[in-house]
Design a protein around this ligand. Sequence first.
Ligand code: ZN
Ligand code: ZN
Length: 167
Amino acid sequence: MVLQSIEITATLAVPQSPFHNLHWNSALELSIDCFVCERIGRTTRFELGAERAICSGDSRTDRHYTAARMSAFDTGAAKDQITLRAVVDYWFAPFHDAKRDVAATPLTRGYGSPWVRLHLGYHCPEHNASGAFSDQTNLVRPCPTPCEHCAVPIAESREVPRVRLLT
Ligand SMILES: [Zn+2]
Ligand SMILES: [Zn+2]
């Protein structure tokens, strides 16, 4: 078994609009190869502070805990953008995915960079209501997000979130 660390970084442009308290939520989903259920490219949910991550398995009924956790979660904000850097650690052991008939790799290759989804929240000052949306690998960019309450643009995704192996 090897312990792998994966770094995820992302930047979202923030248009000039009334203050919506736009912020990253400390949870994310990442596709990784799971040695527990022996399937490649499983959507795995990480939450800051949780000692384990949750692998989605093959279907809703076989979701399971896995030996992975989020070890770092840092956010930054500038005048016109917000940034995120998260690190997840997970245990990996080689296996063969019988269903797809391929070997697992330490960081899923052959499918390009692993897929990731990041979550954001905000608060609309005009309607005093909160909202949420996500940024993920497979979006058509630039991808603007309007406030669901007052419709002003509050964020725009211009770059694909980056995922890289640290160890
Ligand atoms: Zn699994
Ligand atoms: Zn609003």
